[in-house]
Design a protein around this ligand. Sequence first.
Ligand code: PLP
Length: 452
Amino acid sequence: TPHVEPDPQAGAAVKAADRAHVFHSWSAQGLIDPLAVAGAEGSYFWDYEGNRYLDFTSGLVYTNIGYQHPKVVAAIQEQAGKLATFAPAFAVEPRSEAARLIAERTPGDLDKIFFTNGGAEAVENAVRMARLHTGRTKLLSAYRSYHGGTNTAINLTGDPRRWPSDTASAGVKHFWAPFLYRSPFYSANEAEESARALQHLEDTIAFEGPHTVAAIILESVPGTAGIMTPPPGYLAGVREICDKYGIVFILDEVMSGFGRTGKWFAAEHFDVVPDLLTFAKGVNSGYVPLGGVAISAKIAATFDKRPYPGGLTYSGHPLACAAAVATIQVMEDEKVVQHAAHIGENVLGPGLRELAERHPSVGDVRGLGVFWALELVKNRETREPLVPYNASGADAAPMAAFAAEAKKNGLWPFVNMNRTHAVPACNVSEAEAKEGLAALDAALTVADAHTV
Ligand code: PLP
């Protein structure tokens, strides 16, 4: 990391304008205190005061090749010099090339790419395609999920952020997906959890009416909701149920895609091919907003002679696509996907399990690749969460104290409810991952003080 002179005055000016005029997402505007960031490189970022942080959040789990990768920055600069923008109805080189590289890596026959500017728009378009393809309207999605902040996407989401906007959830129905640690089905093992979750899904479909259900949407590995790798057989079982009833199967890989799990797409771990796959974030490490839907041949054929009623001014933006082409090339050249798998198997996985052995506040460790969650609890026996579900203010204090201690130790942690996620860049080095584990060790000692 280059030496950067602290400049608190400049930081104060950035902060003052932010507080005066930036309206932040998901926040009570009067209760937040955003850090003014001066720069970032690789796995680190730094503020104006001279503090440097190891980013164990990858931004919002999207800087899969870290910050400021020189090859991606150069590709964006070069594209800006050649053709900074061009409308979506035309064939332009970075768009064609990005679509080809993505289609070559998505599983099965997901060979057509509809570009969006991010994940939520990808979800909106995937469900629209499913509804038009089937002529049905209902959408089934899981509790403990996140699908984005736009209208349908937030209503599909299975977490408390949906509650205030729930009035517009026409046709969206929720079901329980498998999660052995807090099993909705009181299962004793993974095989039971998988079988019971599949039966529950099929029962839900029966009571909704199979002929009314357009799509089932699931994250291949639910991310924001807690990194819950599905038990063996579950996603394959959902695939079978979808085929049985003519329901479109959408896998949301906005967070799990592009190397995060140690494969290009998490679906590969389970040998399933959805009808539609949504992506964003890691596709270009988020250097320029980009997302999309990878479409199977069957669904693409629906729109061969009939127009697809949807589009976005910046669909397949040349700068975003040039960044995707460069990112995918970097990931190939530097074997980033294999590296993410290696870090998970040899550093993060064993390291986090070792922390769990020593810290009574850790109730569960789960994940793969560079996609890990620690579930913090008050008590390991009862599994009572360290802070109540959807806690804020004083109720959330133990998690705030955990996060503050991590930051004091140079680690920027991902915190959601009673969980911390270890989600560094896919190209995090072994030394950086170990540095993160050491900071987590210190922060967990603070969490331990809140156990009973
Ligand atoms: N789907 C999943 C699985 C996500 O994790 C996210 C974002 O975290 C989204 C959709 C929404 O993506 P965006 O914030 O780019 O709209």
